[in-house]
Design a protein around this ligand. Structure first.
Ligand code: SF4
Length: 560
C-alpha cells in the first residue's frame, strides 16, 4: 500500500511556487500546507492518508476483512481509513471515563462498529427509512440514533455484515461514503426544504449535485480534517458552526441566491463562520462549494491535527484574503458582492404541526436526545404511509418530521407518533435537550450522555413543568462538542470532577452558560461563558439545572 493518494489534479498547487506569499497570514512556513510545497506528511494521520487513499479500503472490507473477520483487519485501516466509509470501532463496554485518555487505542476498541449513514439534507423516502429500520433490527441490535447532523448512526455492526449492509443501502440510494474521515461529510439542509411557506429557493438540487459530483471523488478524499457543509434557504441549520454554509438571501439586483459563510467550527477552539460578503446564485453553489473545499485541501494546515480545521486558516487569513484566493486561484472570476441575510432570532426545530406552502402539513416529533431504534423508525414509515405521506426528514436538532399530510389527518398522525414514543407536543425540556453519543459507544468519551439526558428530561418535566420557554441543554461526553456545547443556553462538557462528599473523581460536567446561534440580523451569535469553577457531578446535574431554571423563571423580565 504505497500508492500516493494525491491524484493528478491535486498535484497542481504543490508544483506551484508560493508566488511570494510566503507563509499564509505571516505564519512561518511549516504548517504542512500543500499549496506552499509541504507535501511530506508531518503526522501519522497524514502519513496514513498518503500511504493509501482511504477510499481504497472499501475493496479490502469487501474482499478480505468481511470474509476473514475482525482479527484480519490492518490496524491502519481499522483506526483510520474505515472512517471514510462511516465506520468507527465502538468503545469496549466497561471502560470508565477515567481511563479514556490513558489506554492505548486497541484497549478501547470493541470488536463492533458504529456505522454512520449519511442523509444529505436530512431527506429520506419511505423505502430508505424502512431499509435503515430493517438493517438496524437485523444487524445493529435495533440501535438507530438520529444525530445532530441529520445522519443515522447504527451500533453493534460486525465487519462480516458490512458489504451486505452497503448493498441494501445502495439499492435505495443511501450511502456511508465519507460519512466520517477527513472528507466532505454530510451536507446539512433545511428539514423543510421544498415545502416551507417562507422559502424562496429550494437548494436541494445543489445538495444533490454536490453529492453526485464530489462525494467519493478521490481528489477530495484527503482533506486536512473533516469538512462540514450546510446549504439552506431558511437558516434553520447551525450554519455558523460549519466549514462552509450557504444561507438564502435576496440580492436587490440579482434576486434570490445564497450568502456564503466559511470557517465555522466548535470543538476545543470554537469559532463562528464568517461571511465572505458574496452572493451566489443557485446554479453556482456546487462550483463555489468545490472552490472552498479546494482552498481547504491545498492551504489547510496539516502539521497538527488540532489546528487543521478550516477555521484556523480563516482566523489567520481573514475573510478578505480567503475570498481573494477563492476567486483568483480556484474560480478564476470575481464573485458578486452580496447583502447579509435576515436571520431568525432563534434556531427553529420544526417540532409540532405546521402548514406547507401547498396546503398540506408537516408534523415534527421529538425523541429524547436523538435516541431512536430500528423498530421505531419502521413504525414511523408505516405511520407516514398510513397518513398519505411518502417523505420523512431528519433535523440538525435530533428531531424527525413527516411531510405532506392532509390537514384532517394531522391529529391522527400526532397520536400515532405519540404511541411509539415520539412527541410532536413535547415539553420545553424534551424539545431543547440534545446529547452526543457519549460513553456508551464513543471511545473519546469521558461520561455518559444519552441516558443522562433521558433522566434529566424526566426530572425537569416533573419538577419544572411550568417552563414555557426553550432553554437549550446540550450534553457532550468530552470536549469535542459534537452536540455543540458552546452554543446552548446550558452547554455541558463531560469531564471527571471531584465529588465533595467522597473526595472521589466521578463523572460530571463543566458548564457553559448563555450560548446561542441564529441571532437576529445585525447581531452576532455567541458562545456560552465557560465558567471554570462551575462544574457539577453527573448525579447532581438534574438538581443543578432545576436551580438554574427556577432562577431564570424568578428573575426574567416581562416578555423575555
Ligand atoms: Fe464522543 Fe466527545 Fe463527540 Fe461526544 S463530544 S460523541 S464523547 S467525541
Amino acid at each position: 500500500m504505497t500508492v500516493d493518494t494525491v491524484p493528478a489534479d491535486n498535484a497542481t498547487p504543490a508544483a506551484r511556487p508560493a508566488r511570494g506569499r510566503g507563509a499564509a497570514g505571516g505564519r512561518p512556513r511549516g504548517e504542512g500546507q500543500w499549496a506552499l510545497g509541504h507535501r511530506e506528511p508531518l503526522n501519522p494521520n497524514e502519513r496514513s492518508k498518503k500511504d493509501d487513499n482511504p477510499l481504497n479500503v472499501r475493496a479490502r472490507i469487501e474482499n478480505i476483512y468481511a470474509h476473514r473477520g475482525f482479527d484480519s483487519i490492518d490496524p491502519a485501516d481499522l483506526r483510520g481509513r474505515f472512517r471514510w466509509y462511516g465506520l468507527y470501532t465502538q468503545r469496549r463496554p466497561g471502560i470508565d471515563g477515567g481511563r479514556t485518555a490513558i489506554l492505548e487505542p486497541e484497549e478501547l476498541d470493541d470488536r463492533y462498529f458504529m456505522l454512520r449513514i449519511r442523509s444529505d439534507g436530512g431527506q429520506l423516502d419511505l423505502a430508505q427509512l424502512r431499509t435503515i429500520a430493517s438493517i438496524a433490527q437485523r444487524f445493529a441490535r435495533d440501535t438507530a440514533d438520529i444525530t445532530d447532523r441529520q445522519n443515522i448512526q447504527l451500533h453493534w455492526i460486525e465487519i462480516e455484515n458490512v458489504p451486505r449492509i452497503w448493498q441494501e443501502l445502495e439499492a435505495v440510494g443511501l450511502s456511508t461514503t465519507e460519512a466520517c474521515g477527513d472528507t466532505p461529510r454530510v451536507i446539512l439542509g433545511s428539514p423543510i426544504a421544498g415545502v416551507a411557506e417562507t422559502e424562496v429557493l429550494d437548494p436541494t438540487e445543489a445538495i444533490t449535485e454536490i453529492n453526485r459530483r464530489f462525494v467519493g471523488d478521490p481528489s477530495l478524499s484527503n482533506l486536512p480534517r473533516k469538512f462540514k457543509s450546510s446549504i439552506s434557504w431558511l437558516a434553520d441549520t447551525p450554519y455558523e458552526a460549519n466549514d462552509v454554509s450557504f444561507v438564502g438571501v435576496i440580492h436587490p439586483e440579482h434576486g434570490p441566491g445564497f450568502d456564503l459563510w466559511v470557517g465555522g467550527g466548535l470543538s476545543t477552539n470554537p469559532m463562528l463562520a464568517q461571511r465572505l460578503g458574496v452572493w451566489v446564485p443557485l446554479h453556482e453553489v456546487a462550483d463555489v462549494w468545490h472552490g472552498v473545499v479546494q482552498v481547504f485541501r491545498d492551504y489547510g494546515y496539516r502539521r497538527l491535527r488540532s489546528r487543521a480545521r478550516l477555521k484556523f486558516l480563516l482566523a489567520d487569513w481573514g475573510a478578505a484574503k480567503f475570498r481573494e484566493i477563492l476567486e483568483q486561484e480556484y474560480l478564476k472570476r470575481a464573485l458578486v458582492d452580496g447583502p447579509a441575510p435576515d436571520l431568525p432570532e432563534k434556531p427553529v426545530d420544526h417540532v409540532g404541526v405546521h402548514k406547507q406552502w401547498d396546503g398540506n402539513y408537516f408534523v415534527g416529533a421529538a425523541p429524547i436526545a436523538g435516541r431512536s431504534s430500528g423498530t421505531q423508525l419502521g413504525r414511523v414509515a408505516d405511520l407516514a404511509e398510513e397518513h398519505g405521506s411518502g417523505r420523512v426528514r431528519l433535523t440538525p436538532y435530533q428531531k424527525i418530521l413527516v411531510l405532506d399530510v392532509a390537514e384532517d389527518r394531522t391529529e391522527s398522525l400526532v397520536k400515532g407518533l405519540q404511541s411509539i414514543g415520539l412527541e410532536p407536543r413535547p415539553s420545553a425540556w424534551r424539545r431543547s435537550t440534545m446529547a452526543c453519543t457519549g460513553i456508551e459507544f464513543c471511545k473519546l468519551a469521558i461520561v455518559e450522555t444519552k441516558a443522562r439526558a433521558a433522566e434529566l428530561v424526566e426530572h425537569l418535566e416533573r419538577k419544572v413543568a411550568e417552563l414555557d420557554a426553550d432553554i437549550s441543554i446540550h450534553l457532550n461526553g468530552c470536549p469535542n462538542a459534537c452536540a455543540r456545547t458552546q452554543v446552548a443556553d446550558i452547554g455541558l462538557k463531560g469531564m471527571l470532577v471531584r465529588d465533595d462528599a467522597t473526595g472521589e473523581m466521578v463523572e460530571g460536567f463543566q458548564i457553559h452558560l448563555g450560548g446561542g446561534l441564529g441571532m437576529a440580523a445585525g447581531q452576532t451569535a455567541g458562545f456560552g461563558r465557560k465558567l471554570r469553577g462551575l462544574k457539577t457531578t453527573a448525579v447532581d446535574l438534574p438538581a443543578y439545572v432545576e436551580r438554574v431554571a427556577r432562577h431564570y423563571l424568578a428573575g426574567r423580565e416581562a416578555g423575555e
